[in-house]
Design a protein around this ligand. Structure first.
Ligand SMILES: *[C@@H]1O[C@H](CO)[C@@H](O)[C@H](O)[C@H]1NC(C)=O
Ligand SMILES: *[C@@H]1O[C@H](CO)[C@@H](O)[C@H](O)[C@H]1NC(C)=O
Ligand SMILES: *[C@@H]1O[C@H](CO)[C@@H](O)[C@H](O)[C@H]1NC(C)=O
Ligand SMILES: *[C@@H]1O[C@H](CO)[C@@H](O)[C@H](O)[C@H]1NC(C)=O
Ligand SMILES: *[C@@H]1O[C@H](CO)[C@@H](O)[C@H](O)[C@H]1NC(C)=O
Length: 336
């Protein structure tokens, strides 16, 4: 009996030793397809390495992981140990679903890039725990729904980029907790209305750039941006706007640039007051671009207002008929 006991103890000791050595190796392991940098800024790059999953054996102190251009399909349970992570780049993978609470331990994460994946929706707890996040990139996915509580924890988010998705609308209160947001892009979605009520209206403190270009906006109602007093740049180009209400841009006292190129607006409205209004809008846009000195109407000619929206929209009627300028006195326009 005694020798047997001794034997099993040896077995236990040796297997513990093997396990310890194994764990130590695992924890300092840098997969051969990756590049790792050591202390004090532990950083790992595994770019275009054909990875299917987020490697789980990296240094647990890692601060930066760049996994762009791999074949990763999800982030389920793979980030748990990287609680010091500050930057995670997963752009250009094949992630379809974000799941629930997979970033729960990333309390230090500042930058998360999930662009160019195949994400279709943002569920309720997808970004749970990301209290320090400052930049969230979700461009080039297929997102058509965002749970209204999905951004709840992102109170330090400065930039949210949803360019190139399939959003037609936002649920009320989706943007409500984004108290720090300065830059917001919905460029190239299918928004049918400005998501103002119970969404943009909460962003008055900080929002400086709002990009709604290349959507399906047809009409801008009165007070569509009225609380956004810090807004500097508003992009509405490449929509199908046929009408702007009289008070559409009311409240935008800090606006420096308004881009409204590539829409269906014309100055030739049958209602003369509305035509005058359109003219004033155009004056405002031109002065945002460098002053009314740029205005050189030549009867019969059209000219673009701004030029920051891609040329893909070229076939749209993106100009104002200069004739109208000739038929209204500019002085009259500024009085109305
Ligand atoms: C990750 O690597 C790609 C490819 O080199 C680079 O374009 C990208 O900027 C990197 N991401 C970050 C957050 O540094
Ligand atoms: C992902 O976004 C971050 C933050 O904007 C940026 O630094 C990085 O270059 C982006 N990655 C790629 C592959 O473009
Ligand atoms: C928009 O506001 C103007 C006054 O600024 C008002 O005359 C007009 O009727 C309003 N439009 C709508 C649709 O309520
Ligand atoms: C906008 O203009 C284009 C071309 O000028 C036209 O085909 C389209 O029907 C118009 N859309 C609306 C909503 O008026
Ligand atoms: C653009 O609108 C103007 C004014 O309504 C019109 O005269 C012109 O034919 C339109 N151009 C195109 C290409 O639809």
């Amino acid at each position: 009996m005694v020798p047997l006991k001794a034997n099993s103890r040896v077995i236990i000791y040796s297997s513990t030793l093997v396990l310890l050595v194994f764990l130590q190796q695992v924890y300092t392991f840098c997969p051969s397809i990756c590049t790792c940098e050591g202390d004090p800024n532990v950083r790992t790059w595994c770019i275009g390495a054909g990875l299917d999953v987020v490697p789980i054996q990296l240094n647990p102190d890692v601060r930066y992981i760049n996994l762009t251009a791999n074949r990763i399909t999800n982030v389920h349970f793979t980030l748990t140990f990287y609680y010091k992570l500050e930057v995670l780049d997963l752009a250009g993978n094949r992630i379809e679903a974000l799941g629930s609470r997979n970033f729960d331990t990333q309390q230090a994460l500042r930058t998360l890039n999930l662009s160019d994946n195949a994400i279709v929706s943002i569920p309720k707890d997808a970004f749970r725990g990301l209290q320090r996040l400052q930049t969230l990139k979700l461009c080039g996915n297929r997102i058509d729904t965002i749970h209204p509580a999905a951004f709840h924890d992102l109170r330090n988010l400065i930039e949210l980029d949803l360019e190139g998705n399939a959003l037609t609308s936002l649920e009320p209160s989706t943007l409500r907790h984004l108290y720090s947001l300065e830059v917001l892009s919905f460029q190239n979605n299918q928004l049918l209305e400005v998501p103002y009520e119970r969404n943009l209206e909460h962003l008055g403190q900080r929002l400086q750039l709002l990009d709604l270009s290349v959507n399906l906006l047809e009409y801008i109602a009165n007070d569509s941006f009225v609380a956004l007093r810090e807004l500097r740049t508003l992009r509405l180009g490449g929509n199908i706007l046929t009408e702007l209400d009289y008070g559409a841009f009311h409240g935008l006292s800090g606006l420096k640039a308004l881009d409204i190129v590539d829409n269906n607006l014309t100055c030739c409205h049958p209602d003369p007051i509305r035509a005058l209004w359109m003219l004033m809008m155009m004056m405002m846009m031109l002065s945002a671009k460098g002053g009314p000195g740029n205005l050189h109407p030549e009867p019969g000619q059209h000219y673009p207002v701004c030029a920051s929206v891609p040329a893909a929209q070229e076939n749209r009627n993106n100009t104002f008929a200069a004739k109208v300028i000739a038929s209204h006195r500019l002085a009259g326009a500024s009085k109305g």
